[in-house]
Design a protein around this ligand. Structure first.
Ligand SMILES: *Cc1c(COP(=O)(O)O)cnc(C)c1O
Length: 343
């Protein structure tokens, strides 16, 4: 079998959730949008619900429905995109709570499903999703009567603890919500690390659960092991891969491993990233192709039959650095061809 193995450590995801829950002033929810950051909404959702998570967040109603099927009734599932045309039946049948983003969405919601639970999303400066201050103020009475389950906003710069935007958004959030009696939520992973005044009733960690920065004390969650298909010796002057971007300067032992950009190993890591054989680092040489990668394994004493791209030595953030990317993008790009092994 030549498909690579992606190990997903559900126990460590739960352990990260427990740690972030303990850090939170109130309780930690769990953000499982984008198929739980690429790791499997079903498996991750079930594990986190067992660990005690009671408030889940996803981007769109379809993800909410998939999560509800996996975890059953009980935990609350909030939808960041609110109530869109076409969502009404899903929201009702799967007991999903839309986070209403605008007066327009509120009106649409009331016209289509008057007895459903809602939450509200506010814009405190990011200008991405949520009601603006004036819009929210004008609707204050209507919204108070609807007794929202939760009011949230999202921080734009929480990964930088010293950024003045954090404090600005906190001030805005407090000002906008001071007269409404309702549970509140402002902090994602970065916000949790900013301190208790950012926590409110429910925090919303995503990346921290999956082992990524800015939660640097997170336990590692994934391992990625790529099988070696073939090993050859390349002589000085010979080239490796498409467009001859790498030329041997000395006799080089080259391994061709199974996986490529179709599996989420970005082409921009060509001639840059490192794969590990036990503790031995081995450089990618030449262009990454769709299904294959060339690696200089001259430093390995024996011929390796596999190489690790993600392991205890190389985290998603280390790898992201090689591609001018972020851990979030590495995770959500993880391909569908991997043999996924949950541990
Ligand atoms: C994605 C997202 C989160 C989770 O953010 P992390 O940085 O992954 O912890 C929380 N809230 C909102 C609104 C989001 O879009």
């Amino acid at each position: 079998m030549s498909s690579a193995e992606l190990y997903i450590n559900l126990a460590n995801i739960c352990s990260n959730w427990n740690a972030l829950n303990s850090l939170s002033n109130g309780v930690a929810g769990a953000v499982v949008k984008a198929n739980a950051y690429g790791l499997g909404i079903k498996e991750v959702g079930i594990s986190l619900a067992k660990a005690g998570a009671r408030d889940f967040f996803v981007a769109v109603a379809e993800e909410g429905a998939a999560l509800r099927r996996a975890i059953g009734p009980g935990p609350k599932i909030y939808i960041f995109s609110g109530h869109m045309v076409g969502d009404t039946t899903l929201l009702r049948d799967f007991h999903l709570i839309p986070l209403i983003n605008s007066a327009k969405q509120l009106l649409f919601h009331l016209e289509n499903s008057s007895n459903q639970l809602i939450g509200i999303q506010l814009d405190t400066g990011m200008n991405r999703l949520g009601m603006e201050a004036t819009e929210f103020q004008e609707l204050n009475e209507t919204i108070s009567k609807l007794k929202p389950e939760l009011i949230i906003s999202h921080l734009a710069c929480a990964d930088d603890q010293t950024h003045p935007m954090n404090e600005n958004q906190l001030v805005n959030f407090n000002a906008m919500t001071k007269d409404i009696n309702c549970k509140k939520s402002l902090a994602a992973t970065g916000g949790i690390l900013l301190g208790k005044q950012y926590h409110f009733d429910i925090t919303r960690p995503g990346i921290g659960l999956y082992g990524g920065n800015p939660y640097s004390s997170a336990k590692r969650v994934i391992g990625l092991k790529l099988p070696v298909i073939q090993i050859r010796t390349v002589l000085p002057g010979e080239t490796v891969g498409y467009s001859n971007t790498w030329t041997a300067k000395k006799i080089t032992k080259v391994a061709t491993v199974s996986s490529g950009y179709a599996d989420g190993i970005f082409r921009s890591m060509s001639n840059k990233a490192t794969l590990y054989y036990n503790e031995i680092p081995n450089s990618i040489i030449g262009r990454i192709s769709m299904d294959l990668i060339g690696v200089d394994v001259s430093n390995c004493k024996e011929d390796p039959d596999y190489l690790w791209l993600l392991n205890g030595t190389q985290s998603i953030d280390d790898l992201a650095d090689e591609a001018n990317s972020i851990g979030y993008e590495i995770l959500t790009a993880l391909g569908q061809r991997y043999n996924r092994i949950y541990i």
